[in-house]
Design a protein around this ligand. Sequence first.
Ligand SMILES: [Zn+2]
Length: 145
Amino acid sequence: MADKSQIIACENCGTKNRISLENKDKAICGKCKEKLYFPTKPIEITGANFNLMVEKSTLPVLVDFWATWCPPCRMIAPILDEVARELSGKAMIGKLDVDANQITAGRFRVQSIPTLLIFKGGKQVERIVGLQTKEAILQKLKKHL
Ligand SMILES: [Zn+2]
């Protein structure tokens, strides 16, 4: 990979910064100068930021297509919180609300939720439908690290 950088949002001001993966421990926000950290929890993905945060991501990104009214989605949420913490700096975990982002959900033919899609290099490489164990999710994700 030529471009070993990653877009991450500043926890302080929300500005998206492109940082070098080699230099990630020294990265600071271009706007507020706070230290930048790789996310340790799922980030919000929308139709508007999908291209930048998912398709242009250097790290693999797991996107949870979910909705507030879906009980299995609520059950998988704490599992994804743990995965996000464990794989911080190695993979990104995102959540996309299918009701608020119907065009994006339609584009990936998400018909039942939760659906977890893993993207690497701008392409979908895994599709996991339904409630999963943490082990099953980690196993799929680790293939692409
Ligand atoms: Zn900032």
